[in-house]
Ligand binder design. Sequence first.
Ligand code: ATP
Length: 249
Amino acid sequence: MTVVHIRDGVVAYGGRPVLHGVEARVEAGETVAVLGANGSGKSTLVRAALGLVPLQRGEISLFGTPLRRFRDWGRVGYVPQRLGAGSGVPATVREVVSAGRLARRRLGRPGRAADRDAVTAALESVGLAARAGDQVDTLSGGQQQRVLIARALAGGPDLLVLDEPTAGVDAGSQTAFAEVLHIFGAAGGTILLVAHELGPLAPLVDRAIVVHDGRIVHDGDLPEPVGHHAAFHHEHLHPHAPEETKSLW
Ligand SMILES: Nc1ncnc2c1ncn2[C@@H]1O[C@H](COP(=O)(O)OP(=O)(O)OP(=O)(O)O)[C@@H](O)[C@H]1O
């Protein structure tokens, strides 16, 4: 099944085109990385795929449903680049992660315990259970990134879309984060992630889409590593129990 399908996608900001008729698909169970230089259009591509940026032309479908008719947002977890800086709204880590449950809620159903358990499990998977009651703005940048990942996981999505999830995250945390994604993918989850550098995520990636100046210039195996990227193919990730993941952060 095709989980994400963009056909002839054109996006322009203020009349300036930044995506020029792109075609991209993500199949169920795949982990696809969108790679490219700064400003090439990677974020725009994934944000357009979720309807966060309007298309000037083209079509998008999610889980086989045209975006304009798609309502099943509980199946989608989105991790933006940053936790909306300057929102100014005080919220605890648990509250932010609980927001990830909203699309799963059904009116009139109890489900409170299930919500609480899902939030706790998501916090544990990113190693932040002990910080649940803290104000989110007292956490470091890397920890806030983990809150966003927990928020996306809490909804129990089938598709995770992540925009530079490991930017500004230290090496050890990147490895732990790769483990969380590995577990999600091994359970059948589909992953679309934007990355400038993959680092420890490289072994997870089934396919790479390379964007250059708003066009897809490669769609296939990970491109041959160059320079410091040469480490990519020498890293291996092995499945671990979630308990082990916790201790990695
Ligand atoms: N909201 C916006 N308004 C105007 N221009 C924008 C907006 N968002 C992005 N752009 C421009 O669109 C182009 C593509 O941006 P995009 O963020 O998609 O690139 P990217 O490949 O994700 O870059 P990076 O790796 O730096 O995050 C850039 O030239 C950027 O300046």
